[in-house]
Design a binder for this molecule. Structure first.
Ligand SMILES: C[S@@+](CC[C@H](N)C(=O)[O-])C[C@H]1O[C@@H](n2cnc3c(N)ncnc32)[C@H](O)[C@@H]1O
Length: 704
């Protein structure tokens, strides 16, 4: 590369390029870097290094760029060079700590952070980084001290408050953790990672320990955002508003003039639009409300008020979310026909359309009522309903035409499973959180999952190839966005699931994913090998899960990692009973049968299946189908898992489980420091059979 000349402007004045000084070039590089112009910054830093400018800032900053590009080894060299040039360069020590942590060299990373703090005791960033590292090492109390120190030095350090929140959560100090999260939001509302974290925190916490007013405020905020997974907020919503909603809905039973009371509660209306309601009492009341409103519109005695219309729209969105799982009477079916007929006779109105949306997604009515697409309304909520129920599904149909296909789906079970997920893509979701910044290395992500075990870097850290086998509707893809520097391939049998995923990916601007319709059995057709393979809730739906596993292993690099999610035999005893009932009655998996089955469980007729009501998957059609009516389901014991791993030369790295479960395990098996002894886990599961109610989810690696 030639020397850097002066800018264009000076060219006009004279043809001679003014040579920039060494300092100017370095400053220019740093300026590009701080402006986010990484390409130019990298070019300048490289130039400085090639020119032999032995400036520690250059090496340290260039290391950051290399690290973000996933070039960990090169980044480490660059940081070490910076330190060699300036042994008391605190930033470089701290940056070196970050890369060593990324590489899984946790003890070395700790030393680097401590060195950074030694040379610069008031270095808040290093204290906070050390806290993160100590958390990885399971030294929670020490981590807490580090975060508190960082905050003492820099009280408005949003990240440190957030990290402190995480550690306090893990230590079971829920109230304090909650306050830390809120403080972090207060300081830096743009810290997007926190909204997803606080949503998960609320899902897993005992809410009675938290301040109700603060809970209401944050729920409000989260429901207004479109970057969190609102379904995780059901528990919070129910805790705060269940009684109020029951009160309003019961009031409606006697007098619809009270609708405005309910509609004025924006948080409740937002929740109806975004959170699948998973509560029998509320479901019954909402089902009744729908019936009364339908009846009222059909009789057309009085005009529908603005408030009633808003309630119907919210109900329409709720029913779309739960895929019309609510029970409906023959009378309602007859009244719906009347409303459809009216619409066909040009009596299209917001109320007629909205009430139909409570019983069937509107796009499915386009054949019967083609004029639906041209109906105009100035009502914002109504427009959003049309977007949700017509525009988006049509977009998916359009996208489905361009989803790449590979091979053929020949296996009998694969065909049945495909048709299930074509009819009911799983799961239906509206919004979710995905990390656009603060991405972490895959090794770091695995280490977070398998803690207290940890692995060291053994994969090439340039762009990593990730395969999501059975990616469904894309929620799983969102989770993998936390990884730095990856190219993701998602495969699935169901083109409607893939189109759903594609629409969401497009909306979110995610550009590192390719989706392909194909059977796992033919994964070799991808003609690629992957560093990471993820398959959650999939292999147990194959005719022969072992064949599926071996197909996946055939495309996993020899130093790659695999994460699996598989059903537990012990945790699914109630599901086995439900499946036995469904088989004995020869119930086909269609919408009416699923609704009727649910109705029997809800009414208590099948009271041996009462526990189904406690599981979240009971409350939407695709989930209930997946739960009880699946075309194929295998379940496993931990001993079977152990044998399968052994015979396929896979090394067990650890389960994904909430911290309190791992702490409990530690009490029983303190000698199993890494928590990877499957025989112990089998004993633990016997004692706590619900431990893996959400599947066995675990990482393995090939070989040693
Ligand atoms: C229960 S869903 C899980 C989806 C996703 N992993 C998640 O966690 O959200 C199972 C998915 O696996 C897909 N699947 C099942 N068997 C498959 C096979 N043989 N090949 C490819 N995909 C398969 C289904 O089509 C379905 O979308």
């Amino acid at each position: 590369m030639k020397g850097f000349g002066a800018q264009q402007k000076s060219k006009k004045k004279s043809n001679k390029k003014t040579k920039l000084s060494k300092e100017q070039i370095i400053n220019q590089a740093i300026q590009f870097h701080s402006q986010g112009n990484i390409q130019e910054a990298a070019k300048y830093y490289q130039y400085c290094i090639n020119q032999g400018f032995n400036d520690p800032k250059v090496f340290s900053n260039y290391g950051i760029i290399l690290q973000n590009l996933g070039k960990s080894q090169e980044a480490e060299i660059s940081y070490r060079k910076a330190i060699e040039l300036k042994p008391d360069f605190a930033n470089a020590h701290s940056n070196l700590g970050n890369i060593l942590r990324d590489l899984g060299k946790l003890q070395d990373a700790e030393l680097s952070y401590r060195k950074a703090i030694e040379v610069k005791p008031d270095f808040a960033n290093a204290h906070s980084n050390l806290g993160v590292l100590l958390t990885d090492l399971g030294k929670s109390q020490e981590a807490e001290i580090s975060y508190r120190k960082a905050i003492e030095i820099k009280p408005d350090y949003g990240d440190a408050h957030y990290n402190l929140g995480n550690i306090l959560r893990d230590l079971g100090k829920l109230k304090e953790a909650f306050d830390c999260y809120l403080k972090a939001i207060d300081i830096n509302p743009k810290l997007s990672i926190i909204y997803g974290s606080i949503t998960r925190f609320l899902k897993n916490s005992d809410l009675s320990q938290l301040n109700k007013l603060k809970l209401k405020n944050i729920l409000n905020i989260l429901l207004e955002r479109n970057d969190v997974s609102h379904n995780k907020l059901f528990k919070t919503f129910n805790f705060l508003y269940r009684n109020e909603l029951i009160y309003y809905l019961e009031k409606l039973d006697s007098d619809f003039s009270n609708t405005n009371l309910l509609v004025n509660k924006k948080v409740i209306i937002n929740a109806l639009k975004k959170i699948t309601i998973k509560d029998i009492r509320l479901e019954k009341l909402l089902t009744n409300t729908r019936k009364y409103l339908c009846n009222k519109i059909t009789k057309n005695k009085e005009e529908i008020s603005y408030s009633e219309l808003q309630l119907i729209i919210a109900l329409g969105e709720q029913c779309f979310l739960n895929e019309y799982v609510y029970y409906l009477t023959e009378e309602e079916k007859a009244t719906l026909k009347i409303i459809i007929k009216r619409c066909q006779d040009n009596e299209l109105s917001e109320s007629n359309i909205s009430i139909l949306s409570c019983y069937c997604p509107l796009y499915k009515l386009l054949d019967q009522i083609p004029s639906l697409t041209s109906f105009n309304s100035s009502d914002q909520s109504f427009k959003e309903l049309i977007e949700l129920q017509i525009t988006e599904p049509l977009k998916e149909i359009e996208l489905s035409k361009n989803i790449k296909k590979l091979g053929s789906i020949k296996d009998d079970i694969s065909q049945k499973v495909k048709s299930q997920y074509e009819e009911n893509p799983y799961p239906r979701w509206r919004y979710g959180s995905h990390q656009t910044n603060q991405k972490i290395s895959i090794i770091q992500a695995i280490n977070n999952d398998i803690n207290p075990n940890y692995i060291r870097q053994n994969i090439d850290n340039n762009q990593l190839k990730v395969l999501i086998a059975g990616c469904g509707t894309g929620q799983h893809i969102l989770d993998t966005q936390r990884y730095k520097n990856t190219q993701i391939t998602g495969i699935d049998l169901s083109v409607s699931s893939l189109s759903y995923a594609q629409r969401k990916i497009n909306e979110l601007g995610i550009d590192n994913v390719e989706l392909i319709q194909m059977d796992i059995l033919e994964v070799g057709l991808l003609k690629e090998r992957f560093d990471i393979i993820e398959s959650s809730g999939v292999l147990h739906h194959m005719n022969d899960p072992l064949k599926g596993l071996q197909a996946l292993l055939s495309v996993l690099k020899s130093n790659g990692f695999l994460i699996l999610g598989l059903y537990s035999e012990l945790a699914r005893q109630n599901i086995i009973e439900a499946r036995n009932y469904i088989n004995s009655k020869k119930l086909q998996a269609n919408e009416d049968n699923i609704r009727n089955f649910r109705q029997k469980v809800i009414s208590g007729e099948l009271n041996n299946l009462n526990s189904l009501k406690n599981g979240g998957d009971f409350y939407s059609l695709s989930e209930c189908r997946d739960l009880c009516f699946h075309a194929q389901e295998h379940r496993f014991t931990i001993n079977q898992l152990a044998e399968t791993l052994k015979s396929n030369e896979l090394k067990f790295l650890g389960f994904l489980l909430p911290k309190p479960v791992k702490s409990l395990y530690k009490q029983y098996f303190p000698e199993d420091k890494k928590q990877i002894n499957l025989q112990n886990w089998a004993k633990f599961e016997e004692k706590y059979p619900n431990t893996f109610a959400g599947m066995y989810q675990f990482w393995v690696s090939k070989g040693e």
